[in-house]
Design a protein around this ligand. Structure first.
Ligand SMILES: [Zn+2]
Ligand SMILES: [Zn+2]
Length: 441
């Protein structure tokens, strides 16, 4: 890691000067009507995770028309668009494509009316409630700007459209399908996510850990069922599972370091059917969040130990111990390599102004963007940043306490898409131009 940090440090001075600030912005303003038309089309036609077939085909076609070598169906529905443009480093830009199983309630004229069938088998509405449509439109905006400016950069540009971010599986699917072996492996990886808590056009960033490891854990707690009036003839799994839930609280409060953030939430507890029956099983569903691999291991080991320990304390026989299942794959934490992050943000501060760029606290939410660094941590530098999407008037109302803001994944989330797309496309393409500045220029 040290080697790459030093390499990035050398680039700081080179990136501090603003590059074609107005020229890029002017070009984007000209492209914006077309990008907004694309955005409205993407928004009206969302597809679920690993079902992004029309979306992928539509955008692959655009990239092909811009002169990229395009490969489809990488990691099921992913797209890889490569532009080789002489000697120099390789930069990868990522956008994700999937919508959510949610019925849209924004009332927008281009609101989604689509339905689809997710893995659960029950038909549902589909909505771009996480703003991945803004990510894709900005991705196209950057592709246009950079393909029109090939004489201003030297190196290789790899632009990817990732499926199934919402399942936390798409990045890994692309990597396992040869993203770093069949295509040029990046030196730098860059992506952004729209944000529902910042005003539109604001850029937020967190150096180091930005998003958490996300584990889903299932605990099945067997009991010995019987009549509710004769508890002494049973082993009550409700009482045992309750003890497990309470004891789990000590993992964060007593075992994990207070300086290393961690969350253990029991989101679901199911047992029994009737007042007077002691059931023979309880089931718990947990979400477990952490940043470091060590913290993750401590929590997962602790959960297994607590479940077994409480069962022993309850006198459960050896063959009726709880079973603990950790969902595989999990969503690993996202780490923004600090020097690279600061370098890029120095560029954004000079381009957008100090007031539009702010360091923000890390969150315990998850994103599978972190996979791209984890696949080769010693020679890749990586950053995902936030671009605020809350329309200015709504943000002002919320500040005045007159309105609540919808969060990401809300059926009411309606970002100021033009601001998000404009800011992100300019930001990403300016970083590529900075990183791939031809020697001697
Ligand atoms: Zn999401
Ligand atoms: Zn998202």
């Amino acid at each position: 890691m040290l080697r790459t940090i030093l390499a990035a440090g050398c680039a700081v001075a080179a990136l501090a000067t603003p590059v074609q600030a107005n020229e890029l912005r002017d070009a984007l303003a000209e492209d914006m009507p077309g990008l907004m038309e694309l955005y409205r089309d993407l928004h009206a036609n969302p597809e679920l995770s690993f079902q992004e077939v029309e979306t992928a085909a539509k955008l692959a076609e655009r990239a092909r028309a811009l002169g990229f070598e395009v490969t489809e169906k990488v990691g099921k529905t992913g797209v890889v668009a490569v532009m080789r443009n002489g000697a120099g480093p390789t930069v990868m830009l990522r956008a994700d494509m999937d919508g959510l199983p949610l019925e849209e309630k924004t009332g927008l004229p281009y609101a989604s009316k689509r339905t689809a069938v997710p893995a659960s088998g029950v038909e549902t509405g589909v909505m771009h409630a996480c703003g991945h449509d803004t990510h894709m439109a900005a991705w196209v905006g950057a592709a246009q700007l950079l393909s029109e400016r090939k004489q201003e950069w030297s190196g290789t540009l790899v632009m990817i459209l990732q499926p199934a971010e919402e399942l936390g599986e798409g990045a890994l699917a692309m990597l396992e399908d040869g993203l770093y072996t069949r295509f040029p492996k990046p030196d730098y990886v860059l992506g952004f996510h729209d944000a529902a808590q910042f005003p539109a056009g604001m850029i937020g960033y967190s150096p180091g850990y930005a998003l958490a490891n996300v584990d889903s854990v299932d605990i099945t707690v067997p009991g010995v069922g019987g009549h509710g009036a004769y508890p002494h003839t049973t082993k009550d799994p409700v009482v045992l599972a309750s003890a497990i839930v309470m004891k789990l609280q000590t993992l964060v409060s007593r075992e994990s370091s207070p300086l290393d953030p961690a969350v253990v939430t029991v989101g679901s507890f199911h047992a029994g059917h009737k007042h007077n029956i002691i059931s023979d099983e309880a089931r718990l569903q947990l979400t477990v969040r952490s940043y470091s691999d060590e913290s993750r291991a401590l929590l997962l080991d602790g959960i297994a130990r607590v479940a077994k320990g409480e069962a022993i304390a309850a006198g459960m026989p050896e063959d009726r111990m709880p079973t603990v299942t950790v969902q595989d794959p999990y969503t690993p934490s996202t780490f923004n390599t600090p020097e690279f992050t600061e370098t890029v943000m120095a560029g954004y501060r000079s381009r957008f102004g100090e007031g539009r760029v702010m360091q923000v606290p890390s969150v315990m939410g998850g994103e599978d963007f972190g996979q791209f660094l984890r696949a080769s941590p010693d020679d890749i530098q990586s950053l995902i940043f936030w671009v605020g999407g809350v329309p200015a008037d709504e943000f002002a109302k919320a500040q005045a306490g007159e309105a609540d803001l919808p969060s990401l994944h809300s059926p009411y989330w309606a970002p100021d898409a033009e601001k998000v797309i404009g800011t992100a496309a300019e930001a990403m393409s300016s970083t590529v131009l900075d990183l791939l500045k031809p020697a001697g220029s």
